[in-house]
Design a protein around this ligand. Structure first.
Ligand SMILES: NC(=O)CC[C@H](N)C(=O)O
Length: 224
């Protein structure tokens, strides 16, 4: 299984993700510059965190127009895997691959913290290494992480069990329904504000994030 990690001007978690997939998990991984137009060699695309285009206009609003994004849409529509972490989640909503929007945190401050999360479902490949309703802890670091969607979109997300992670403790940013991460209806595209790649190495003190990547490895053969 081959991973590709997108790199935009301003990405800053790209190497952290590659450290997990290439160095910790030993999987083929290549960095994908945002102007590339052929990613058909990839099984999994990860859009990492950071400040693509300096967060001008809105986080992810400019990156969404990078040439590689049409390829990411094709990749997702073919049923292949896409993970957007933090700025990557913002890019996925801007690109229309996930519903809703990430808006400025309720208190308008950038938040850097550890957040307890509830895993809402473990029946998609991404989360099969967790148990449903398990509480895990992942770092968060964002200024625009407040999930918003209109009433009918929010109801549809809940009706189709597309909420994958919810903030378990205090709601850190004012996200509607405590939403920290969602997937598309098929379950192959996942977006989340917390950073699993920053909780994957034992030297960092906790490894709840590693199981996200490990879960995908266990399931991919059956899913594709
Ligand atoms: N860590 C990140 O990816 C940050 C995302 C974005 N720049 C924000 O502040 O919301």
């Amino acid at each position: 299984m081959k991973f590709g990690v997108l790199v935009f001007p301003g990405s800053n978690c790209d190497r952290d993700v590659a450290y997990v997939t290439r160095d910790l998990l030993g999987l083929p991984t290549r960095m994908v510059w945002h102007q590339e137009t052929d990613i058909t060699d990839l099984d999994v695309v990860i859009i990492p965190g950071g400040f693509s285009y300096g967060d001008y206009l809105r986080c992810g609003a400019i990156a969404r127009f990078s040439p590689v994004m049409q390829q990411v849409i094709n990749h997702a529509q073919a049923g292949k895997f896409v993970l957007g972490i933090c700025n990557g989640f913002q890019v996925l909503t801007e690109a229309g691959l996930l519903p809703g929007a990430l808006t400025k945190n309720q208190d308008l401050h950038f938040i850097c913290d550890r957040a307890p999360l509830t895993v809402e479902r473990n029946d998609i490949p991404w989360t099969q290494a967790y148990t449903t309703n398990e509480t895990i802890t992942l770092p968060i670091a964002h200024g625009e992480g407040r999930f918003y969607a209109d009433k009918s979109t929010l109801a549809a997300l809940e009706d189709h069990s597309q909420v994958v992670f919810r903030y378990a403790g205090d709601n850190p940013n004012g996200s509607l329904n405590n939403i920290a991460g969602i997937c598309n209806r098929q379950g192959n595209v996942l977006g989340m504000m917390p950073h699993p790649e920053r909780a994957s190495d034992t030297s960092l003190g906790y490894t709840d994030g590693l199981r996200l990547f490990q879960g995908l490895l266990g399931k991919i053969a059956a899913w594709v």
